[in-house]
Design a binder for this molecule. Structure first.
Ligand code: IPD
Ligand code: CA
Ligand code: CA
Length: 261
């Protein structure tokens, strides 16, 4: 598992070089619209193709759940969950903060997570039974034990407005009761930053498995907690996630549940 994880990190770095090179010559004419505020380009698609090819060599029996649909092969036991470019809106606007996110599932359990944030050249990773790491150094979630001393990350609703009112009320509550809120524009990076203690917590709804699978696993291996809004384990396929350090998680989740029930 460790060797496979190292090989996947190397692969993400190679594909990261490709993505970074493309940003330098990227023009808005190359953007395709998938849905409201949902963009894609040849960069996401080519990056995913490179990842699927590389991962197929590393673990031939594995299947894929990949955002751009490059492969729909189903693995009997192993499946990779891939977001080739998390933070596409940042990418097309020339902003830093975008990442490659790759998780491995064995049957229905996550057993590996790799997030490579391309601009800062930071690779976050963990495998079954391991600690969590950032570029070779062990990382862990923060020890801050109160919401009042927490810096939180979130993603603003941008196409699914069904729970906007609850979201805005919770947002107000956190504005008044935390050190602040950030919206980086890459859920994978938000989760990686929870894992290494830069953020105390992250929450968002309407996310897809490829946005959260790797990050959720790395947060857990770094000593953090991850649930859906109900406190259950539907955070990969259930489209809602709360992730945070262990020390303040109860208070954090309690606040989310005050507004989303
Ligand atoms: C998006 C980012 C963003 C989150 C969105 C995701 P994409 O992924 O993770 O932070 O708010 O919901 O869809 O489209 O850039 O891969
Ligand atoms: Ca994504
Ligand atoms: Ca993406």
């Amino acid at each position: 598992m460790q060797k496979l994880c190292q090989d996947v990190c190397l692969l993400t770095k190679k594909v990261g070089v490709f993505i970074k090179e493309q940003q330098e010559q990227f023009s808005s004419a190359k953007i395709e619209v998938k849905g409201k505020n949902d963009f894609v380009s040849y960069v996401d698609k080519t990056a995913e193709k490179k990842l699927v090819e590389g991962l197929s060599t590393l673990l031939p029996e594995a299947g894929f759940i990949a955002e751009e649909g490059t492969s729909t092969k189903k693995g009997e036991h192993y499946n990779w969950i891939i977001d080739p470019l998390d933070g596409t809106t940042n990418f097309i606007h020339g902003l830093p903060c975008f990442a490659i996110s790759i998780a491995l599932m064995r049957d229905n359990r996550l057993v590996m997570g790799i997030i490579y944030e391309i601009n800062l050249d930071e690779c976050f990773y963990a495998w079954e039974g391991s600690k969590a790491y950032l570029n070779g150094k062990e990382i862990s979630v923060s020890a801050n034990s109160t919401l009042a001393s927490s810096l939180l990350a979130t993603g603003f609703p941008y196409y699914d407005y069904q729970r906007m009112d609850e979201y805005m009320e919770l947002f107000k509550y956190f504005m008044k009761n935390t050190r602040g809120l950030r919206r980086l524009g890459s859920a994978a990076t938000d989760l990686a930053y929870v894992a290494c203690g830069r953020f105390e917590g992250f929450y968002e709804y309407s996310l897809q498995p490829w946005d959260v699978a790797a990050g959720a696993f790395i947060v857990q291996q770094a000593g953090g907690k991850v649930t859906d809004f109900k406190g259950g384990d539907g955070y990969i396929f259930g489209k809602e996630i709360v992730a945070g350090n262990a020390a303040s998680f109860e208070e954090f989740l309690g606040a989310v549940q005050k507004f989303f029930n």
